[in-house]
Design a protein around this ligand. Structure first.
Ligand SMILES: CCCCCCCC/C=C\CCCCCCCC(=O)N[C@@H](CC(N)=O)C(=O)O
Ligand SMILES: [Zn+2]
Ligand SMILES: [Zn+2]
Length: 503
């Protein structure tokens, strides 16, 4: 921290200078540059091969986050070297300032030719959750291509985004494109273990520089297919909010003793009963609050009778719809705070009455509840003074970002989805049921959007943090195309004139 404070003024000065020297620059985007004229997103066969090979190489580096304390730091450092080599134009461009933050995360500041425009930020992370080889069709860190798919841990979460963002920028710079609107690229190295060393430090750095963003785009949602029965068409969901989280440790202490004369209840029995009550008593259904109403209203037109009428008239059919949503784990997660019993530790020897039993419960908090409310509900459900509650980590649900026609980030994503994926006719705002690094940036913008331009089916969702994670070569190339288009769309965006309301 002290080190950060010492170097900040120097870095701020360098950055100011950097933004101030737009006109006199050389290299990509200089006198011979094409300025901001539109460049078609067409790539040669050679470029397409290079794209997929670069992603395979990224997957082969085992950048695993095991816990807050333990990650493969050798791999994290190797990944930094790898991207420098894979994208030489990006890392040598004098339009771009590259900084390593928190030892392994990367912040790229891309100068825009019009510094009066508010910058935006593209985010992704390159750490991955662990993967043992068991159950995988190919080794998880092999990056092997089979039947048109690139396999491996991080193929969807989230090396695809890291590589696609850098790849798109590399291709734009090679074509002498000079961005008009400044932007940042933030690549985190510890998202899977909360982002406190990566994203949080990048955010702190940008705040000391007084940066305010127009919007940011991170992982957290997809173009969804087959997630809703009877809805065959794919729909793009741009998550405009994200659930909060609470990790609660439940603990029971008892006096140890000889197992031949056990007490009526042991710490294990008391704790098991408490966690079982929690599992059997779901948190209240909050359907009807938050952005889900707008999501369903927009989806309603895509269904045939009578579902279209039911979803279009939630004022009347709310109880039915909320009950149907509870039936499936994913839609259930959209309507309530979820309760997941994830760790249980107790006992030291088969003939010793256990002194201590501990269980950890992971709650994902619905946007219309607070951490405090959830802790109170847990106390009431457990209703046993012998069970102590310890909050290990918590944060509130994230604010709801705008999705109206004045919301630049949302509109740009929508426009780019429509041009790159013309077959996707439905675009809706949604809730991200997992957590992302975006929460570290709430002070920088109210436009926090989570969207990966990749088609996702329920079985693909299970592969994220599971087995056989993979992305099709075509999907990855479309992701590069999407970013290539998005950066250019951000340069030509103009806010629509607000509607005049008659008095
Ligand atoms: C009516 C609409 C139906 C909509 C169905 C929603 C389907 C959900 C599909 C995709 C959601 C994917 C969410 C992935 C983001 C999660 C990122 C992650 O794994 N984060 C970790 C680590 C962390 N940052 O805390 C986590 O534990 O959440
Ligand atoms: Zn992720
Ligand atoms: Zn993840």
């Amino acid at each position: 921290m002290a080190e950060l404070l010492v170097i900040l003024p120097t870095r701020a000065a360098v950055l100011l200078l950097f933004f101030a020297t737009v006109s006199g620059s050389t290299g990509p985007g200089s006198r011979e540059s094409r300025g901001s004229s539109r460049i078609p997103s067409q790539f040669s066969e050679e470029e397409r091969v290079a794209m997929k090979e670069a992603l395979k190489g990224a997957i082969r580096i085992p950048t695993v986050s095991f816990s807050h304390e333990e990650s493969n730091t050798t791999a994290l450092a190797e990944f930094g070297e790898y991207i420098r080599k894979a994208f030489p134009t990006v890392f040598h461009s004098n339009l771009i300032q590259h900084e390593v933050v928190g030892k392994y995360s990367h912040l790229l500041t891309v100068r825009g030719s019009d510094p009066s425009l508010q910058p935006y930020m593209l985010m992704a992370h390159f750490d991955v959750v662990p993967a043992s080889e068991e159950g995988w069709e190919v080794p998880p860190f092999s990056g092997l291509e089979q039947n048109g798919f690139i396999h491996g841990r991080g193929a969807l979460d989230n090396k695809n985004s890291v590589m696609a963002v850098l790849q798109a920028l590399e291709l734009l710079l090679i074509r002498k494109y000079s961005p008009k609107r400044p932007f940042f690229i933030a690549l985190g190295h510890d998202e899977e273990v909360s982002g406190t060393k990566g994203a949080q430090q990048i955010s702190a750095l940008l705040q000391t520089r007084g940066v305010q963003l127009a919007f940011l785009v991170d992982e957290g949602s997809f173009i969804l297919e087959d997630f809703i029965p009877n809805l065959k068409k794919p729909f793009a969901m741009i998550s405009v909010t994200e659930k909060g989280a609470l990790d609660l440790m439940l603990q029971v202490n008892m006096t140890p003793g000889h197992s031949s004369a056990p007490p009526k209840e042991t710490s294990i029995g008391i704790l098991s009963a408490a966690v079982s009550r929690l599992e059997q008593t779901p948190m209240p259904n909050m359907f009807g609050n938050g952005p889900l109403k707008k999501t369903l209203k927009l989806l309603a037109n895509e269904f045939s009778f009578p579902t279209n009428i039911i979803l279009g008239n939630l004022w009347l059919f709310r109880p039915i719809v909320s009950r149907v949503m509870e039936r499936n784990p994913i839609t259930n997660a959209l309507v309530r705070t979820t309760t997941a019993l994830t760790m249980f530790n107790a006992g030291i020897k088969v003939n010793v009455i256990p002194p201590l039993a501990q269980a950890t419960v992971n709650f994902r908090i619905h946007p219309s509840q607070t951490v405090h409310e959830v802790v109170e509900l847990v106390q009431n459900i457990v209703a046993d003074d012998r069970v102590q509650l310890h909050v290990l980590r918590s944060f509130e649900p994230l604010p709801v970002s705008p999705s109206d026609d004045q919301a630049m980030g949302y509109q740009l994503l929508q426009q780019t989805i429509q041009s790159v994926f013309p077959e996707v006719k439905i675009i809706v705002p949604g809730i991200c049921i997992g957590n992302t690094d975006t929460r570290h940036y709430v002070n920088l913008t109210n436009g926090l959007y989570r969207f990966n331009p990749v088609f996702l089916k329920p079985q693909d969702f299970s592969s994220v943090h599971g087995i056989n994670e993979k992305i099709s070569v075509e999907s990855y190339q479309n992701q590069v195309k999407f970013i290539f288009e998005l950066i250019q769309n951000a340069d030509t965006y103009s806010k629509p004139v607000p509607h005049q309301h008659e008095l």
